[in-house]
Design a protein around this ligand. Structure first.
Ligand code: PDD
Length: 281
């Protein structure tokens, strides 16, 4: 395997960043995960647009232009011979003697890109069987709209889910509304067939998969509503599902041990999963 590290393609086993990298010391960085399908990046323009937004919000300089970054992403995919898998990119504020305030403007941001193949048939089979989720109190900082590498709360709840025999943890805000999963956006389908997900204006990351799913649902003339929903509403819903570049559309079959609908992956979620790539760019 090959990784891209600050201008060079190096063997993955030897790829390293300096111990004074601000990503390492302060989680002072942002990232993106993009699906690779049949050798092509899926929804790359939206992932890059969000990356630039994350960088701007944190006042981290872009390591290169968007076109050049796309070349690096594609080249990393190519050098790893990834047909189906993911490409990961991370930008940190760079390497500087430890100090909380920003380093000098001369400090270049650090860019790392990796690519990893997965067995698509196996992944599809796993996802289509559905996953269980647990619910946990929201405990993250309010700027979850920025895709930062500061993921400690997410790490802890994903581990908690795993230890509970579940795949994902849904965060629940102080008012009892679901925000999102530890690494996915959360959705339900009501008994009337309306697809519901939380508005992206607060409390969640605006998922690229989420945005593309809106396009898909609209083109298919499905009823879709952006509004908050509670855990109780989710448990009583016909279906629930998660979205992310890594999960695509993954049906949720149980919440806190209680079955959703008939406890099997729902037709709306499975249908959206199977048609997703017709509308991805
Ligand atoms: N996670 N919400 C959170 C907290 C996420 O971390 C992610 C993605 C999403 C979905 O975003 P998108 O559809 O753009 O992938 C929502 C990535 C995949 C990860 O951390 O691995």
């Amino acid at each position: 395997r090959i990784a891209y590290v600050n201008g060079q393609y190096v063997p993955h086993a030897d790829a390293a960043v300096h111990i004074e990298d601000r990503g390492y010391q302060f989680a002072d960085g942002v990232y993106e995960v993009c699906e690779v399908r049949d050798g092509a990046l899926i929804d790359a323009p939206r992932h890059l647009a969000r990356l630039w937004r994350s960088l701007d919000e944190l006042r981290i300089r872009a390591p290169m232009g968007e076109a050049a970054l796309r070349v690096v992403l594609n080249e990393t995919v190519r050098r790893n011979r990834v047909r189906n898998g993911i490409v990961y990119l991370q930008v940190t504020r760079g390497v500087a003697r430890r100090d909380h305030t920003f380093p000098s403007d001369a400090t270049p941001p650090a860019l790392v890109v990796t690519a990893r193949a997965h067995d698509r048939a196996r992944m599809d089979a796993g996802a289509e069987a559905g996953v269980k989720v647990i619910t946990v109190p929201e405990n993250r900082w309010p700027r979850v709209d920025i895709k930062t590498v500061g993921l400690l709360p997410n790490v802890l709840v994903k581990q908690q889910a795993k230890e509970a025999g579940a795949k994902e943890a849904w965060y629940v805000d102080a008012e009892g509304y679901v925000t999102e999963g530890g690494s996915t956006n959360a959705w339900i389908v009501t008994r009337e067939g309306v697809i519901v997900t939380r508005p992206a204006e607060n409390g969640i990351l605006r998922g690229v998969t989420r945005t593309t799913l809106f396009d898909l649902a609209e083109k298919l003339q499905m009823r879709i509503e952006e509004r908050r929903f509670t855990v109780a509403e989710a448990k009583a819903a016909a279906e629930a599902f998660n979205t992310a570049a890594t999960a695509l559309v993954t049906p949720v079959t149980a919440i806190d041990g209680e079955p959703v609908g008939d406890g099997r992956p729902g037709p709306v979620a499975l249908g959206l999963r199977r048609r997703f790539h017709e509308f991805a760019a």
